[in-house]
Design a protein around this ligand. Structure first.
Ligand code: GDP
Length: 411
């Protein structure tokens, strides 16, 4: 049987215990090498381990290597392997989440039982709603600070659930924990014995396994077309689906049908490839495929649109103004575009609608917008799970917003 994976992201307000929780999860799952524990003991105060340091170490190393712009950590349960892809605190967190650089299947929302729901709790919930992340486990943390009191847990659990409900999200489980002491992570602890729900590990293991991307229709955004030894070699990463030698595919937006003549990976000949692989391929006959085209399954192609509806998180410090010329990037596609209208402008830290039919958007605000492109491209609604459901906008070559497609217009 194939190893099963689940990617999780840990979100919540600063200081509510995300790093501590990640450190402790890795430890309780037995994923930490002794050398890491020794390092942690050496750095921690005499009265107990400071688990949050573990994540700081990982993050520093990652930043020195500069290989990838997000923290990654792994742990396993008997059911599957978990990859923690990021935690806020990282300066690029919002951008990574919204642009898809850090994609998660599920989220743990950490809320401090004494502090309750705060600004970044709301902002991260807004982000999860925008990204259509439906698998959310709420961990009400620092239960040791209230001696495990049930009424304290229930008050914050209620507030958190009503916050989720505001954005039409629900929680898979709501669990009282102490990240510092490991209460209710791998096993329940005496002060929380009144809790009759799952532990955090049990809740994680009960999340459904996402359908493998290779079972979905083929989407291969073309990254480049090289001329090698007199042959045109198309390179790209298969975002979903599978590909086999001899297969007929359609190139979008042109709609031209093409047949796969050969597949190569690392200079090795292949007869087939699947989602997640970066490959090179040649086609039968003359090639009219370019960077930015998307090779697709002819039986279930994505829609081609010049206008579509989207949710945007504005990231740039200077806000959006109607005269702004923008460039949209969606997978390897690029098109000049403008925001035709902002139907709703929402404050992401309070979730209040600031304005309807707005003429501006400021940093960290969410806009429900209609985008109009200078040429048609392949886009899909995010809810379909396609990577053509996310995009970024650039102003003066800098990423200024990240967005998700919520609907498209067939003209
Ligand atoms: P982050 O900013 O959300 O990553 O929060 P940290 O993990 O850095 O934790 C912030 C502070 O809260 C640190 O001093 C932690 O030691 C402390 N903390 C985290 N979890 C717990 C807990 O379960 N109980 C107690 N008493 N303190 C905690």
């Amino acid at each position: 049987m194939d190893l099963q994976w689940l990617r999780i992201v840990v979100v919540g307000h600063v200081d509510h215990g995300k790093s501590t929780l990640i450190g402790r999860l890795l430890h309780d799952a037995g994923a930490l090498p002794d050398s890491r524990l020794d390092e942690l003991r050496a750095d921690s105060p005499a009265d107990g381990l400071e688990w949050a340091f573990l994540l700081d170490h990982l993050r520093e190393e990652r930043e020195q290597e500069r290989t990838i712009d997000s923290t990654q950590a792994f742990f396993a349960t008997p059911r599957r392997v978990y990859r923690i892809i990021d935690a806020p605190g990282h300066r690029e967190f919002l951008k990574n989440m919204v642009t898809g650089a850090a994609q998660a299947d599920a989220a743990i929302l950490v809320v401090d039982v004494e502090a309750g729901v705060l600004e970044q709790t709301r902002r991260h919930v807004a982000l999860l709603a925008m990204l259509d992340r439906r698998h959310i486990i709420v961990a009400i943390n620092k239960m040791d600070r209230v001696e495990g009191r049930r009424d304290a847990f229930e008050a914050v659990a209620r507030d958190t659930l009503s916050l989720l409900a505001q954005t039409a999200l629900t929680a898979h489980a709501v669990i009282p924990i102490s990240a510092r002491h490991g209460w209710n992570l791998a096993a329940c602890a005496a002060p929380l014995e009144w809790h009759d729900g799952p532990t955090l590990f049990e809740a994680l293991d009960s999340l459904p396994q996402p359908e493998p991307l290779s079972n979905r229709p083929l989407r291969l955004p073309v990254q480049d077309v090289y001329m090698l030894n007199g042959r045109n070699v198309i390179v790209g990463r298969i975002e979903s689906g599978q590909l086999a030698q001899g297969q007929e595919v359609v190139s979008l937006p042109s709609g031209q049908s093409v047949r796969i003549a050969s597949i190569e990976r690392f200079l090795e000949s292949r007869t087939a490839a699947e989602a997640g692989e970066s490959i090179g391929l040649t086609l039968d006959g003359p090639v009219a495929v370019h960077r930015g085209d998307v090779l697709c399954d002819p039986d279930s192609p994505p829609p081609i649109a010049r206008r579509f509806e989207a949710n945007l998180l504005w990231l740039a410090d200077d806000g959006w103004r109607q005269s702004d010329a923008l460039l949209l990037r969606c997978a390897t596609q690029a098109a000049e575009c403008r925001i035709e209208s902002v139907r709703r402008r929402t404050n992401s830290s309070t979730l209040e609608v600031i304005e309807t039919d707005a003429k501006r958007l400021e940093a960290t605000e969410v806009g429900h917008v209609v985008l109009s492109l200078e040429r048609p491209i392949a886009v899909e609604e995010l809810a379909s799970g396609s990577s053509l459901g996310r995009f970024v906008l650039l102003k003066n070559r800098e990423v200024c917003a990240g967005g998700t497609v919520t609907g498209h217009f067939r003209f």
